[in-house]
Design a protein around this ligand. Sequence first.
Ligand code: EPZ
Length: 417
Amino acid sequence: MEKLIVIGGNRLDGEVSVSGSKNAVLPIMTATMIVPGNYKINNVPNLRDTQTMIKLLRIIGAKVDYFDKTLIIDTIKCDNPSAPYELVKTMRASFYVLGPLLARFHYSKVSLPGGCAWGPRPVDFHIKALREMNVKVRLDKGDIIAEGQPHGGDIIFKKKSVGATGNILMASVKAMNETNIINAAKEPEIVALGDFLIKLGADIEGLGTDNIRVTPIKNENNNFEFDVIPDRIEAGTFMIAAATVGGNIKIKNIDPSHLDAVIELLKGINIDITINQNSFIIKSDGLYDAIDMETSEYPGFPTDLQAQWMAMMSKAKGDSIIKENIYNDRFTHIPELLRMGANIKLKNETAFIKGIEEIFPAPVMCTDIRASAALVISALASKGESEISRIYHIDRGYEGIEQKFSKLGANIKRIST
Ligand code: EPZ
């Protein structure tokens, strides 16, 4: 079992390079199965989740090589359109194979994902939309079985969903007719997936807007290279860390426009941010006022930075409120932050935070990817030694987090117990 040992109190100074986006590369990896072919994907982060997706593609029959942040994927021999429970239970994003397998085989057997650390995470939007595309969908011993060629049509999501938009986008590029996705997710990861599908030969309009129109592939392109966008959530994590701990860091390999909502809030409390074309410079003395925040779909403040933001607000000057609008119980980080002396009260989807003078070091436990990042930030901001356990959660979404923070002057190391 591995742990992180953090001795807090050091400023963060220097440069850090952001890796490729986890939430963009995972659906793109599944999209390589839509058209049998050879795909080279660059800027792929070495994460537990990308390794899990590699395993899944191999089970389906793909040949996959990974080296130097590059994936070579050969999907010509894929012949097993199913995703087993063993893998889906470790990574919900495995459910992204549903659309691509349906597009290719007109058949797909995917284990129904269970809940996660913060409760139920249904996939009813995915299933309802496929049924509206005339696909037969049934549940069989914990597996979703989907059969039939999607027909296309108008798909109206009552609530935005990144995953459902992604699955329907991928199912629709091989549909019988055109598909209109209304109230689609606008996340940069969906735009990136759409760009990959366009390279595959699909004609897609409206990516990044509420309404996306997909005209199925006429001429397939099954042999090309594709670059994965930078990970805006990793970049946001380093921005919040620098603001909270204090320091002067340059965050490189990022598209600043993906983080407008975060920049706006940080500037709102006088954190000094200089925006360049592909980088930011953040300067902070670690002293800042409290400010209220609420999460929302893109381009609003991302829920995947909510926990990190709460760690920051826990030592702000004054009181603040955080309202979580995407997942009504994404608060498993609170009990751990309380162990470090934070003063946080929770009522329904809203956390009430009273800023404290000092965060105290303590042994704490990770519960999910982003909650883990919040604990690392709090530990770096405290004065003393913290021990962070169950770090397999953090390895799912952050590539070499301790190396990156060490390079910025943090005293952080990984130990095996
Ligand atoms: C994606 O999850 C991300 N995961 C999540 O990041 C992120 O938190 C989320 O989008 C929101 O931004 C990946 O990209 C792999 P949703 P996804 O469908 O697609 C409800 C991380 O830390 N809903 O947009 O699962 C759902 O319960 C992860 O990297 C239904 O009710 O999110 C939630 O409340 C964590 N029925 C809301 O919609 C459905 O069929 C948004 O979920 C689908 C979703």
